[in-house]
Design a protein around this ligand. Structure first.
Ligand SMILES: [Fe+2]
Length: 296
């Protein structure tokens, strides 16, 4: 057997044990028995994609990925979304940051943050819901993690919708919500920190274009009002939906370890971040996958 075939056989053996273990009843699944630092076979890629549609969030532990690996793995889930990333200062240990990778970090070099979304808590949100074609997926790979905090919570919009009663489902049918860009603040405070120039209207209940399942598609950070509804009624309805969709039974809380890769489906899940010590370093690499259609 040639060296190339021996390597290929070893790779097949190493990846033969692909397994999926759900993390909670409604959302999240750990993928075991795969080293994403090696090429992923089309069969494994298809199984991973199917599990992702079924569980909305996939976790791969103990991965040792280069930026090139992360780019390659992102390709399993679709095309890269254009990245409006801030100018990065290279963190120590990095000689480059590839164009499709964004740093999520609180690390500061010469007093400047090197990445985006640096500090503290973030309320539940869907990435880029303020755009007409929000991103389909986000991948996050952990490089440096604080000793505690900075957990990511993932909420299943599908389970939250399914558990609504028939009267509420009927009430929500056809409603649309206005979503603003609010990432420049981790907490929305009425009109403060809201960029009204960047907003999009989407259905309150989104039908997933691949699974056909319906999911709640509003979130506490970015959804500001129901279109065409009086303010008091809109606020009451949205607050009810925010509280409902964040109920613990719909949420998987991820406590990060170095080497974790998570990929989530932005079309049917929202996510939030807990606070963490500002004097400890946190660095994750993020890629995003382009949405394939408008949500309506
Ligand atoms: Fe996010």
């Amino acid at each position: 057997m040639s060296t190339a075939s021996m390597i290929a056989a070893a790779e097949r053996d190493a990846q033969a044990g692909l397994r999926f273990e759900p993390l909670t009843k409604h959302i999240g699944c750990e993928v075991l028995g795969i080293n994403l630092g090696r090429p992923v076979s089309p069969q494994d890629a298809a199984a991973i994609y199917r599990a992702w549609l079924d569980h909305a969030v996939l976790l791969f532990r103990d991965q040792d990925l280069t930026q090139e690996d992360l780019i390659r793995v992102t390709g399993i889930f679709g095309e890269f979304a254009p990245l409006g990333r801030p100018k990065h200062t290279l963190p120590s240990g990095f000689s480059k940051i590839l164009p499709n990778i964004m740093l999520i970090s609180n690390i500061r070099e010469n007093g400047e943050t090197i990445g985006a979304l640096p500090d503290g808590e973030m309320m539940f949100h869907h990435d880029t819901i303020h755009r007409d074609e929000p991103h389909k997926a986000t991948l996050l790979y952990s490089v440096e993690i604080p000793t505690y905090g900075g957990d990511t919570l993932f909420a299943s919009g599908t389970a939250a919708y399914d558990m609504l009663d028939a009267t509420m489902k009927k009430k929500l049918a056809g409603l649309r919500a206005v979503n603003f860009y609010v990432y420049n603040s981790v907490k929305r405070n009425d009109k403060q920190a809201v960029d009204a120039s960047s907003q999009a209207v989407h259905p309150v209940v989104r039908t997933h274009e691949e699974t056909g399942c319906k999911a709640l598609y509003v979130n506490r950070l970015m959804s500001v009002r129901i279109e065409g509804m009086a303010a008091a009624e809109s606020d009451a309805l949205l607050n009810f939906l925010f509280d409902h969709s964040e109920r613990p039974e719909f949420v998987y809380t991820h406590i990060w370890r170095k080497g974790d890769l998570i990929v989530w489906d932005n079309r049917c899940s929202s996510h939030a971040r807990t606070d963490f010590p500002s004097d400890q370093r946190r660095l994750l690499l993020r890629t995003t996958v382009k949405g394939t259609c408008r949500p309506y």
